[in-house]
Ligand binder design. Structure first.
Ligand SMILES: [Zn+2]
Ligand SMILES: [Zn+2]
Length: 508
C-alpha cells in the first residue's frame, strides 16, 4: 500500500489522471515519485531523462536513479490470492477483500498470502477506464443478436476487473546478407522455360515489442483477439502503477512463444520484400525468403499489459458449469467475448425469418415437390457435416490444446502424448454421439421418394415436413455445440504460485 503523504490513506493509480491519486484528500502525485522500501513509502521528485527516437518522438527513458536501482531487484513481494476451486492465482494490490475468482467465476472469499513474483521490466498503464470498458462491451453485445440477455445485465458488467497480464516482449534483429530463391518463367517456340535464380540481398531489419501473453490462465484465443498492444507506450515498471489493481503472474517461459514470434516477423518481412520485388522480372519463392529472414533475438522483456477481465458462469444442458470470458484491451479498448447463442432466441428468430421467405418462394416460384424434398435433404446433409466438423475444435478447446502457454505448463513430453491420445478418444466419442441414427432419417426418406416416385404429392410434402423437423433438431444441436465451443470448461490450474524462479529464490 502506498501511503498518501497528506492524509495517510491509500494512494492509487488513477486511470483518467494517469497519476497517483488519493480519494480522500485529492492529492495527486507522479507514479515515479513514490518508492517503497521495507514497507515504508518514500517520496522522491522524479528527474526524467528523455531520448529522441529516430521518428523524432521523445520518449521517457528512465524516471530517476532511485527507480533504476529498484528495477535491478529481480523479485518483488506481492499479496497473492489462490482460488480454492480452480487454483487460479491473482495478485492484488488493493485493500478490498477479494470475493470472487476472475478465472472460474466462483464467489468465495479468497485468502491472501505473501509470495514472490518476478519483477516485470516494463508496463503499459491502463488508459481505458471502467466506463470506457463497459461502453466497448455493450457495443459489442449490440451486434450479438442471439446472445443471452443475462450477459447484458449491468451487474455482470460491473464484474469487470482491471488485471495486468504478464506478456513477453521480443525484440528481433537481422542484419547482413539473406539468400533466397527466385524464378522466371517464359515461353519460346514450343517450349516453356524456367530460369532459377539464387538472390542475395542485404537486409537491415528490426522489430521491437512483438508480444505474447505469459500467463497459462489467460487463453491465447482471447489475448490474440484483443492484440496488439502498442509497446511504444510501455514505460519502465514501478509497482505504483499496480496500486489499486490486480495482476496475473508469469508462468510461461519466454522460449514457449519465441519460435512463433520469429516466424511472424520473418513472414511479415518476406511480405514486404516480395511486394518490393513485384516490378522485377522474376518471382520469388515466399517460403525460402521467410526462412532466410529468420531474425536473432535481441531482447526478451517481461512486461505488464492492461486487460479488463470479466467471467460469467453458466451451465450446459446437463447442468455442468461452464465459464465465459469477456476481455477489453486496457490500452486500445479492443473487445472480445465468448458469446453463446440463446437457443430459444435463435429458433424464434429463424422462424420469424423463415415464414415470410417461405411465403415469397411459394408465391413466386412453383417448386416441384420432388425438388423440395431434395433441397430438404441437402440442408440436412450440410447440418450433419457441420455437426461432425465441430468435434475436433471442441476437443482442442476442452483439453486446452489451443493454448501453447497452457500446454507448456501442464505437460512434459510424455504427458503431452497422453493428452493427445485423450483428445483423439474424446473426438471419436463425440463424432459417434453426433451421428445419431435419427439424423439419417431425412436422407432415407429422400432416397425412398426418389426410388418409388409416388404419384401423390402429399407423400413428398410429408417427407419434406419430417426432414424439416429433423433439420430443426439438428440446428438446435449445432447451436448447443457451438455454445460448447465458445464457453469453456471450468479451469483447473496446477500452479505452484508465483513462478518457478520464485520457488528457487525461496530455497536459496
Ligand atoms: Zn490523502
Ligand atoms: Zn477460480
Amino acid at each position: 500500500m502506498y501511503v498518501c503523504p497528506n492524509c495517510g490513506q491509500n494512494l492509487k493509480f488513477d486511470i483518467a489522471r494517469q497519476m497517483m491519486h488519493c480519494d480522500y484528500c485529492d492529492t495527486v502525485m507522479d507514479p515515479y515519485a513514490i518508492t517503497e522500501k521495507r514497507g515504508v513509502t518514500e517520496y522522491v521528485e522524479p528527474t526524467y531523462t528523455e531520448e529522441t527516437g529516430p521518428d523524432g518522438e521523445t520518449k521517457v527513458v528512465s524516471p530517476n536513479a532511485e527507480f533504476t536501482e529498484a528495477a535491478n531487484v529481480e523479485m518483488m513481494e506481492v499479496t497473492s490470492y489462490i482460488c480454492p476451486q480452480c487454483g487460479g492465482e491473482i495478485v492484488g494490490d488493493t485493500n478490498e477483500a477479494m470475493v470472487f475468482c476472475s478465472y472460474c467465476g466462483a464467489s468465495t472469499p479468497l485468502n491472501p498470502r505473501m509470495t514472490n513474483m518476478r519483477r516485470p521490466e516494463m508496463i503499459i498503464p491502463f488508459s481505458k477506464t471502467k466506463q470506457d470498458c463497459a461502453t466497448s462491451y455493450v457495443s459489442l453485445l449490440k451486434k450479438a443478436l442471439f446472445a443471452p440477455k443475462e450477459l447484458k445485465d449491468p451487474k455482470q458488467i460491473s464484474g469487470f476487473r482491471a488485471i495486468y497480464m504478464p506478456y513477453w516482449l521480443y525484440d528481433f534483429k537481422k542484419q547482413g546478407p539473406a539468400t533466397y530463391k527466385g524464378e522466371h518463367c517464359y515461353h519460346r517456340g514450343n517450349y516453356d522455360y524456367t530460369d532459377h535464380y539464387s538472390i542475395t540481398t542485404s537486409v537491415d531489419m528490426e522489430y521491437d515489442g512483438v508480444n505474447y501473453d505469459a500467463s497459462s490462465s489467460f487463453s491465447d484465443t482471447l489475448s490474440q483477439a484483443i492484440s496488439p498492444y502498442d509497446t511504444k507506450y510501455a514505460r519502465p515498471f514501478t509497482t505504483a502503477f499496480m496500486s489499486g489493481f490486480y495482476a496475473d503472474t508469469m508462468d510461461v517461459s519466454a522460449e514457449v512463444y519465441e519460435k512463433q514470434a520469429k516466424k511472424l516477423v520473418s513472414d511479415h518481412a518476406a511480405d514486404i520484400l516480395a511486394a518490393n520485388q513485384k516490378s522485377s522480372a522474376y518471382t520469388i519463392k515466399k517460403d525460402t525468403v521467410s526462412n532466410s529472414l529468420t531474425p536473432i533475438t535481441k531482447n526478451k522483456t517481461l512486461a505488464m499489459m492492461p486487460v479488463w477481465f470479466m467471467s460469467y458462469q453458466t451451465r450446459d444442458k446437463k447442468g455442468n458449469p461452464r465459464v465465459l470470458y469477456a476481455v477489453v484491451n486496457g490500452q486500445t479498448g479492443k473487445t472480445a467475448a465468448d458469446l453463446p447463442v440463446d437457443v430459444k432466441k435463435f429458433l424464434i428468430g429463424s422462424l420469424i425469418l423463415a415464414l415470410p421467405l417461405f411465403l415469397i418462394f411459394n408465391l413466386i416460384l412453383n417448386i416441384p415437390p420432388l425438388y423440395l424434398a431434395i433441397t430438404g435433404t441437402v440442408i440436412s446433409l450440410i447440418c450433419l457435416v457441420s455437426l461432425t466438423s465441430q468435434a475436433g475444435k471442441i476437443a482442442e478447446r476442452e483439453m486446452g490444446a489451443d493454448d501453447a502457454g497452457q500446454e507448456s505448463v501442464a505437460t512434459n513430453k510424455k504427458q503431452r502424448k497422453e493428452a493427445l491420445k485423450r483428445r483423439k478418444a474424446w473426438e471419436v466419442k463425440d463424432v459417434k454421439r453426433v451421428n445419431r441414427p435419427f439424423y439419417i432419417i431425412p436422407i432415407v426418406i429422400c432416397a425412398f421418394l426418389l426410388l418409388l416416385k409416388p404419384d401423390y404429392d402429399y407423400w413428398y410434402y410429408a417427407g419434406v415436413i419430417i426432414s424439416g423437423i429433423c433439420d430443426c433438431f439438428m440446428m438446435t444441436d449445432i447451436m448447443r455445440r457451438y455454445n460448447k465451443l465458445v464457453t469453456r470448461p471450468l479451469p483447473q490450474f496446477n500452479r505452484k504460485g508465483g513462478d518457478d524462479s520464485a520457488e528457487e529464490l525461496k530455497h536459496s
